[in-house]
Write a protein that binds this ligand. Structure first.
Ligand SMILES: *Cc1c(COP(=O)(O)O)cnc(C)c1O
Length: 349
């Protein structure tokens, strides 16, 4: 089989959720962010497993994602949509009982007119300038909006991965100023905010990356293992080249494995000649260019013929791979290709 195998450890996701949940008091409810197909790992599988273990609040970016999660979960758990109630969303929001986080007066009007009495939340901008109502806008509509009974008021931190950054305290103060005294559950923290401590926890937290094994949750268990099948192995005499544009020349007589995954599977071309794959604990350097469906790996030093090589696993996690190309674990996960066979382990207990 020439499709790679992506193993997703649902026990690790659950352990990460529980560890993040344990960092907040019993009065704070821990939700789960499953946007972008649970950061590439499979929203239906992750959400179902977490719901089975008691998670009641899920968060997605777009209404269509919310529809998929509702289909996976059935009735019951709340599904909050960060992008709010967009034109064209009304039927899905209403039929599937999604909870849009209203981001503007326009969205407030749309929602309350189209679906009076249907659940909604409010997103406020506390300085990130990305989503949500600003203070003046909020002040103008707050009495009317609060009268309609929002389920949640939230904002998002721009710099929570840097605990010492003054932006954190600044946004916390802005959030308090905009929401203190309102009898509505509040949420400010994603993974990074949970780690900032109790002042940031409020009533509901929204971890994403920490569930999936990424920074800034340094204690996270690793969730994804990506094994790429070896299609072919050949001997390459010293002096010959490998791959497009002849970028790699064998400096010794070499054995080269051709492995089935490439930039169409999310292995960016910038990994050319810089990445390492693993056979067990033995590192094997990627040589030459990453092509669309294939990469080539120097396996000269292996004593056995490998059937597959790992690019994500115990010896190289998402952050280590991310560092090679100057990106972040979030991008490694969300780039994981659609061609990979996703296998799920655990999550039952
Ligand atoms: C993506 C996102 C989260 C989750 O963030 P992580 O850093 O992955 O924990 C929470 N809230 C909002 C608004 C988001 O966009």
């Amino acid at each position: 089989m020439a499709t790679a195998s992506l193993r997703i450890d649902l026990d690790a996701v659950l352990a990460n959720w529980r560890a993040l949940d344990a960092m907040t008091s019993a009065a704070t409810e821990t939700g789960a962010v499953v946007k972008a197909n649970s950061y590439g790992l499979g929203a239906a599988q992750v959400a179902r497993m977490l719901a089975r273990h008691g998670v009641r609040k899920f968060f997605v970016a777009a209404t269509e994602e919310g529809a998929a999660v509702r289909q996976a979960l059935g009735e019951g758990p709340e599904i909050f949509v960060f992008s709010g109630h967009m034109a064209g969303d009304t039927e899905m929001v209403g039929d599937l009982a999604l909870t849009p986080m209203l981001n503007s007066v326009e969205q407030v009007t749309r929602h309350l007119e189209a679906l009076p009495g249907a659940p909604f939340g409010v997103q406020l901008d506390t300085g990130m300038n990305r989503l949500g109502m600003e203070a003046a806008e909020w002040q103008a509509v707050a009495p009317m909006v609060l009268g309609a009974g929002p389920k949640l008021i939230m904002s998002h931190l721009a710099c929570s991965d840097e605990p010492a950054h003054p932006m954190n305290a600044q946004q916390l103060a802005a959030f308090r100023a905009m929401t203190d005294g309102m009898d509505v559950p509040r949420s400010l923290s994603a993974t990074g905010g949970i780690l900032l401590g109790p002042d940031y926890h409020f009533d509901v937290t929204r971890p994403g990356i920490g569930l999936y094994g990424g920074l800034p949750f340094t204690e996270a268990q690793s969730v994804a293992t990506l094994s790429l099948p070896v299609v072919q192995i050949r001997d390459v005499p010293a002096g010959e080249t490998v791959g497009y544009s002849n970028t790699w020349t064998a400096s010794r007589d070499s054995r080269i494995a051709t492995v089935a995954a490439g930039y169409a599977d999310g292995l960016t071309r910038r990994l050319s000649s810089v990445a390492t794959l693993y056979h067990g604990a033995t590192p094997c350097p990627l040589v030459g260019r990453v092509s669309m469906d294939l990469i080539t790996v120097d396996v000269t030093d292996l004593t056995e013929v490998p059937r597959s090589l790992d690019i994500l696993g115990p010896h190289q996690g998402i952050e280590a791979l991310a560092e090679l190309t100057g990106t972040i674990g979030y991008e490694i996960l969300t780039s994981l290709g659609a061609r990979y066979q996703r296998h799920y382990a655990g999550g039952q207990a």
